[in-house]
Design a protein around this ligand. Structure first.
Ligand code: KG4
Ligand code: ZN
Length: 364
C-alpha cells in the first residue's frame, strides 16, 4: 500500500508525516511554534511563515528517518493548500511541489479541514462509516458537515461569527489564562464540577433555533461583561477580579493570599461556565443533526476536538457512536493531511504544478 508524505504548514505548526494506506501512521513530526507566538498572545503570520521556512525540510527528513523510510518508500506528496494563513500555506505548497517534482512523485492537494476529518481514519479498528456526521471545530472554523462518501461533503451549518476555538482563545485572554487558550480554559475548568457552577454564572446558550448554525461571540462577550462589571457573589471587589483575571495580579495591590485564591476559583468558575455553554451547544446541535440526517456515526475533528468535556458530553448524549481522534491528531498535524491525501490519490486526484494556495477554502 502506498505511503504518502504529508506536509502541513497552514498556521503555526510545521509538520511532516508518513502514512501508509491512509490509516497507518509510520511517523508524525510536529514542530510547534507555540513558544515563538506566546508572548504576542496569538499567531503572528509573518513570524509563522519564516519559521516554517526554517523548519519544514528538517521536519520532512525527520519524518522519513522516524519511519525508517527512504524516498523510494514514498508514493506521493500531499499538502494543505488551505484554508489558513497565506504566507504559511505558501511555504508548504512550494516545498511539496519541489519535493514531488524532484523525486518524480504525484502531488496531492488537501483541504486542511478535510485533513482534520481524516484524523478519524488514523485509529486502529474499522474505518468510519458513511454517512458520517462531522463536527469540525478548530481555531478558524466551526462546521457541521455530513460526509456521504470520501470527498463528498454537505454543509449543514457553520459559525456566523467566532469559531469555537477562537472563542476559547479569546476567553482565555480575558481570564488571563494565556496562550493557546483552549487547553488553558480546559485546565482552569478542570477543578469545577459542572453542577457546581452557580446560577449567576450560567450563560445563555446561543441556540439560534431552527438551524445548524452556531454563534460564539456572544458567549465571549458575556464572559467579558462578567469580568469587567464584576461578578456579584463571594468575590467581593470586582475591579480586583478584573485585574487578577487579566493576569496582572501584582497591580491588584492589596490582594491577600486568600483573596487571590478566591479570584482563582472565580476564574475557574467562569472558565467552566463558558466551556459548559460551548459544549452544550456543540453537542446539542450535533446530536440533533445526527438524528435528522440519519448519520451512522459522528466524528469529532479539529483542535477543539481535544477538549475532554466536549468528547465526554457528546459521547454521552449522541444517538450513534462518536469517533474521536487521538489527541495528537486533533490539533494541526501532517498525518491527517497524508491520510486525506491518500484517499484523494485513490480517486485519481493529482494536482498540477500550477497548484496554488487557497487561504479561504471551504469544505463544502
Ligand atoms: O485545528 P487547530 O490545531 O488549528 C486550526 O486549524 O485552527 O485548532 C486550534 C484551536 C485553538 O483555538 C485552540 O485553542 C483549540 O483548537 N484547542 C482547544 C483545546 N485544544 C486546542 N480548545 C478547547 N479545548 C482544548 N483542549
Ligand atoms: Zn487545523
Amino acid at each position: 500500500m502506498t505511503s504518502v508524505l504529508g506536509i502541513e504548514t497552514s498556521c503555526d505548526e510545521t509538520a511532516a508525516a508518513l502514512v501508509r494506506g491512509g490509516r497507518e501512521v509510520r511517523s508524525n513530526v510536529v514542530f510547534s511554534q507555540e513558544d515563538l507566538h506566546r508572548r504576542f498572545g496569538g499567531v503572528v503570520p509573518e513570524l509563522a511563515s519564516r519559521q516554517h521556512v526554517l523548519g519544514i525540510m528538517p521536519a520532512v527528513h525527520r519524518a522519513l528517518a522516524e519511519a525508517g523510510a527512504s524516498w523510494d518508500d514514498v508514493g506521493a506528496v500531499a499538502v494543505s493548500r488551505g484554508p489558513g494563513l497565506a504566507g504559511s500555506l505558501l511555504v508548504g505548497v512550494n516545498v511539496a511541489k519541489a519535493v514531488a517534482a524532484g523525486r518524480g512523485l504525484p502531488l496531492v492537494a488537501v483541504n486542511h479541514l478535510e485533513g482534520h476529518v481524516y484524523a478519524n481514519w488514523l485509529t486502529a479498528g474499522a474505518a468510519p462509516l458513511f454517512p458520517l456526521l462531522c463536527l469540525v471545530v478548530s481555531g478558524g472554523h466551526t462546521e457541521l458537515v455530513l460526509m456521504e462518501d470520501h470527498g463528498k461533503y454537505r454543509l449543514l451549518g457553520r459559525t456566523r461569527d467566532d469559531a469555537a476555538g477562537e472563542a476559547f482563545d479569546k476567553v482565555a485572554r480575558i481570564l488571563g489564562l494565556g496562550y493557546p487558550g483552549g487547553p488553558a480554559v480546559e485546565r482552569a475548568a478542570a477543578s469545577i464540577a459542572p453542577g457546581d457552577i452557580p446560577e449567576r454564572l450560567q450563560l445563555t446558550r446561543p441556540w439560534l433555533r431552527g438551524g445548524f448554525d452556531f454563534s460564539f461571540s456572544g458567549l465571549k462577550t458575556a464572559v467579558l461583561r462578567l469580568v469587567e462589571g464584576g461578578v456579584s457573589g463571594p468575590v467581593g471587589n470586582p475591579s480586583r477580579l478584573a485585574l487578577v483575571a487579566a493576569g496582572r495580579a501584582a497591580e491588584a495591590g492589596s490582594a491577600t493570599a486568600a483573596d487571590a485564591s478566591l479570584q482563582q476559583s472565580e476564574t475557574a468558575l467562569l472558565a467552566a461556565a463558558f466551556q459548559e455553554a460551548v459544549v452544550d451547544v456543540l453537542a446539542g446541535k450535533t446530536c440533533r443533526a445526527a438524528e435528522a440526517l440519519g448519520a451512522r456515526q459522528i466524528a469529532l475533528a479539529g483542535g477543539v476536538a481535544a477538549n475532554g468535556r466536549l468528547r465526554e458530553v457528546l459521547s454521552a448524549r449522541a444517538p450513534v457512536p462518536v469517533l474521536t481522534p487521538e489527541l495528537r491528531f486533533c490539533t494541526d498535524n501532517a498525518a491527517m493531511i497524508a491520510a486525506a491525501g491518500y484517499f484523494r490519490l485513490q480517486a485519481g486526484e493529482i494536482a498540477g504544478w500550477d497548484l496554488d494556495i487557497a487561504p479561504s477554502l471551504r469544505l463544502a
